[in-house]
Ligand binder design. Structure first.
Ligand code: WT7
Length: 650
């Protein structure tokens, strides 16, 4: 490790005093949470308003023959009541959501009372449309308050939301609508990001021409831009028309703690995206606790997470965690660099943001402009900085700390996954001395382990595969409609343990350093995607015979997408064809899967049994062609020399 990796930033005194969790608290509570999970979580569940308080706390097995995870199973509650109703008396007039538009001239605020009323109206509208408990509602939305309102309105009546990121393609929407048998899609005419319109409604129209989407009966359309759209009479409904005639009160459905709250699709190394099933009581307890402790959230703080609601970070740390805690959560429609590179700091000043939670890729993009990119703002309101989504390199961490936070704010590097529901490994601002590049220590109730490739748990300082040894309340319960796949994906590699598919190093102080995925999942600008998804898209193109996709280190995006393509007979490589293939993938999956580098290959390195040796392709893409390791098992080792000679990343 370099010198810089050894910098340690102790907890600032001021923070140590006011923080919810100090050093001694962390140690004692962590020990208690591991030795007596029942006692610890019974206490934490009291954060929520239960209709019937749970008496059974934990009932969870990671046994590969019987993976079954339940928390608070005899309790009943409603998530929207916990995020809204219970705050009305004490903070009805406090801003719940501050919305900052793509255009800096557009913003608005919804108080808790307004959010409550709008949620109830939509919930009543859902009922009028015949949506009820257990139905799946798909959201394909811009970052507007209606996205949060729709999630909460689903929760209110016991419908299950499935949010599809607004940057995904019609096919991706269709796949998820079919997979979840969703009866209703909520969308907008268009979204606006960085001054550009994205035709969400057109995409929904296209999605609903695909096989199997007949299950979807209605499309509810928010008018965001007033742009031109097609209208399908009888199927399409204007959001405003539906809600304006509804009452502003709506009784909340009593839900079991283990009833599903939402499904969220995420990519794996093989096959179609998996719909992670998250349930109500445990999830909400976990996100409320982690939001309070990790960001040291106090009443009155203005909190801003820059994620999109289409990802789990948006679910847990824009909507459910902050609102369960009665926080003011800022929702940003745009992109951090528009209209000027200093926008992020300007938004912080405009709304006096105290906690900023963003992604390493955004920090690196900002840093590339130079330190004076932050000169247009003072950021004096900031107290805690957070990062999530991918490993943060120490240089970017130091820059975030020194320039964005003016060396006043701890940086919490939060490690977790869609499957986890909430943050698992992270510093606590008042308790943890920071090391740039390390996600540091496990949160309460989280028991990480490092195993070698044979599944042996390693003690002390160690490097290997990151596993979690016992259940926590926020973990997904299953893959929607495919429990066996859930078991196989997460619990069969190292029986009895949850396998994260990440590698990690644990240092002598017990700090965790997450080094990245060990499967064929890429992380491009914090967006997760399977190499196999991109490969299937490419081979569906009639000029492509074969394709292999690997990641390579990218200065801003973290990882870039590198593609090896073997063309079908009679087709010749050309720059036009490269462009055509890039457009093809963008259209098929979405712009986030845009290939960075395409290398034409006459052949790919394969074992004698026909398996592509990605290890070698990764090395060539990374330009590490010195130690390629053993190539003797290849059917034709000369393929490698040719690929090296024509590598496209010079
Ligand atoms: C993967 C999960 C839930 C957060 C958003 C991403 C990587 C996430 C960190 C971090 C190093 C990180 C891991 C993980 N990752 N946060 N702080 N340090 N790596 O959720 O899309 O489910 O992706 O993101 O590789 O497995 P996701």
């Amino acid at each position: 490790m370099t010198e810089q990796h050894k910098n340690i930033y102790p907890v600032p005194d001021a923070l140590a005093k006011r923080a919810w969790i100090g050093k001694a608290d962390y140690e004692a509570l962590y020990r208690q949470s591991i030795e007596d999970p029942e006692g610890y979580w019974a206490e934490q569940a009291k954060r929520l308003d239960w209709i019937k308080a749970p008496t059974k706390i934990k009932n969870a097995s990671f046994d590969v023959n019987n993976v079954d995870i339940r928390w608070f199973e005899d309790g009943t509650l409603n998530a929207s009541v916990n995020c809204l109703d219970r705050h009305l008396e004490t903070r009805g007039d406090q801003p719940a959501i501050i919305w900052e538009g793509d255009d800096p001239a557009n913003d608005k605020t919804l108080t808790y009372r307004e959010l409550y009323e709008k949620t109830c109206q939509l919930a009543n509208g859902f009922k009028e449309m015949g949506i009820g408990k257990g139905d799946v509602v798909t959201l394909y939305m811009p970052m507007v308050p209606e996205a949060a309102i729709a999630m909460l309105a689903c929760a209110r009546i016991g419908a299950i939301h499935s949010v599809v990121f607004g940057g995904f393609s019609p096919d991706a929407v269709a796949q998820r609508v079919v997979g979840a048998k969703s009866k209703l899609i909520i969308t907008a005419d268009e979204s606006v990001r960085g001054g550009k319109q994205v035709p969400l409604k057109d995409n929904v129209d296209a999605a609903l021409t695909r096989d199997g989407t007949e299950v979807c009966e209605n499309v509810l359309v928010v008018k965001r831009t007033g742009g031109d759209i097609d209208w399908h009479e009888g199927r399409d409904v204007w959001y405003d028309d539906l809600v304006s005639r509804q009452a502003t009160d709506c009784p909340a459905e009593e839900m079991g703690a283990e009833d599903p709250l939402f499904i969220l699709y995420t990519s794996g190394s093989t096959g179609a995206p998996k719909g992670m099933k998250h349930t109500t009581g445990g999830y909400l307890t976990y996100v409320a606790m982690t939001h309070q402790y990790v960001f040291d959230y106090h009443d009155g703080d203005i909190y801003w997470c820059t994620a999109d609601v289409g990802w789990i970070t948006g679910h847990s740390y824009i909507v459910y965690g902050p609102l369960a805690n009665g926080a003011t959560t800022l929702m940003f429609e745009g992109v951090p660099s528009y209209p000027t590179p200093g926008r992020m700091g300007e938004v912080v000043d405009k709304h006096k943001v105290n906690v900023l939670y963003t992604a390493p890729t955004a920090i690196r993009a900002l840093r590339a402009h130079g330190d004076d990119v932050m000169d247009s703002s003072s950021r004096d309101s900031l107290r805690v900085l957070g990062t999530v989504g991918e490993p943060i390199n120490p240089e970017a961490w130091e820059w975030y700390y020194r320039v964005v936070g003016k060396a006043q704010c701890p940086v919490v590097d939060t490690w977790w996954q869609t499957e986890n529901g909430g943050i698992l490994i992270s510093p606590l601002p008042g308790a943890t001395d920071l090391k740039p590049g390390s996600a540091t220590l496990p949160l309460f109730g989280i028991k990480p382990g490092i195993v070698d490739n044979d599944g042996n748990l390693l003690e002390g300082e160690a490097e290997g595969n990151l596993v979690i040894l016992d259940a926590w309340p926020g973990i997904a319960r299953s893959i929607w409609g495919d429990h066996e796949r859930f078991v196989q994906t997460y619990f069969s590699t190292y029986p009895g343990m949850y396998f994260t598919s990440d590698a990690a190093y644990r240092d002598a102080d017990g700090y965790y350093w997450i080094t990245g995925r060990v499967d064929d999942v890429l992380n491009v600008s914090g967006h997760r995607m399977g190499t196999s998804e991109i490969e299937s898209s490419l081979v569906a193109h009639d000029k492509v015979a074969e394709a292999a996709v690997v990641g390579f280190p990218h200065d801003i995006k973290g990882q870039g997408i590198y593609i090896y393509v073997t063309l079908a007979e009679d087709f010749e490589p050309s720059d036009e064809l490269k462009k055509e293939l890039i457009q093809w993938v963008r259209k098929d999956i979405g712009p986030i899967a845009s290939p960075d580098v395409i290398q034409w290959a006459t052949d790919l390195p394969k074992t004698r049994s026909g398996k592509i040796m990605r290890r070698i392709l990764r090395k060539i893409a990374t330009n590490e062609t010195e130690g390629l390791g053993d190539t003797s098992t290849l059917a034709d080792p000369s393929v490698v020399d040719e690929l090296i000679e024509h590598r496209a990343n010079r």
